[in-house]
Design a protein around this ligand. Structure first.
Ligand code: ZN
Length: 286
């Protein structure tokens, strides 16, 4: 006698093949998978040895190792009840993505990616995890940007740590630290105002006004400890442009605004981010 239980919904008397995931038995229809069954469909057609034919009795089901009951149920929900309308749970979408990748079911993979794309509030850690594990490159950069620039480490919870894994968590912590340091450097040190316009009659005073205004109007905003109110690096060039810089020679002011627009001052954080993304690509995917 099998100790396994028949699934209440997905054990069809007229199904063709019996599968087992965990402690549950499923009797499903091989033809329902159609052309989209991928490797799972191949399982229906395993070369059968007469004495150990699998999939015909509860005692000898086709085993699905490394597939949980929940995952398989979610997958079958899509196969049998694909017409159900959203919202779908994140768990269901993640499970369908996993099994579709594992079995090469392209329609299932595309279905899961489409709905994960259009589901708001997928945690960045989960999106990054799914992106790396199931090869959805488009999700990597936005998820990393969120984790590195927008989400304080203190807001991460148990699930987030599980999704990120230790090496990625360490990388994100280091990127945040490097960017915080960069923030202090940029706040403290205005880009150098060396060459002055021909019309500039008092270059020392002009430079001093540049540095002091930078500190008062840029530095302080960069260092605002209320992170939600701190100035974002990418806003830097526009803020510099919007300020009056009263007292500077017009030509000198225009030149400095231009230099900042070209990347002086605020581009360091983006550099750190890009280097971090490259390192992420080198980390093993668990
Ligand atoms: Zn000047």
């Amino acid at each position: 006698m099998s100790l396994r239980q028949r699934h209440p919904r997905y054990y069809f008397a007229k199904g063709t093949d019996i599968f087992a995931a965990g402690q549950t038995l499923y009797k499903i229809h091989s033809d329902l998978l159609g052309h989209n069954g991928g490797v799972l469909q191949d399982l229906f057609q395993l070369p059968q040895n007469d004495s150990v034919q699998e999939g015909l009795t509860d005692e000898r089901p086709i085993e699905l190792p490394q597939v949980t009951e929940r995952e398989f149920e979610h997958f079958l929900e899509l196969i049998y009840e694909g017409h159900l309308l959203p919202p779908y749970t994140l768990q269901k979408l993640a499970d369908v993505l996993k099994l579709s990748m594992q079995w090469g079911v392209e329609t299932g993979r595309l279905w899961a990616i489409h709905h994960l794309d259009t589901t708001p509030n997928v945690p960045a850690s989960l999106r990054l995890h799914l992106a790396r594990r199931y090869n959805v490159p488009d999700w990597i950069e936005p998820a990393m940007r969120d984790l590195v620039f927008n989400i304080p480490l203190g807001n991460l919870r148990g699930d987030d740590f599980a999704h990120l894994g230790y090496p990625v968590y360490i990388l994100i912590s280091k990127m945040k630290e490097a960017i915080e340091r960069e923030r202090r450097v940029v706040a403290y040190l205005a880009p150098d105002c060396r060459t002055h316009n021909a019309a500039c009659t008092n270059t020392d005073r002009c430079s001093l006004i540049w540095r002091e205004t930078w500190w008062l109007k840029i530095g302080r905003r960069l260092l605002n400890p209320e992170t939600s109110q701190a100035m974002a690096f990418e806003a830097g060039p526009d803020v510099v442009k919007s300020l009056e810089w009263a007292g500077m020679t017009a030509g000198c002011r225009e030149r400095m605004v231009e230099l900042v627009a070209e990347g002086n001052g605020f581009s360091g954080a983006e550099e750190i981010f890009k280097q971090g993304l490259e390192k992420l690509g080198e980390l093993p995917v668990d």
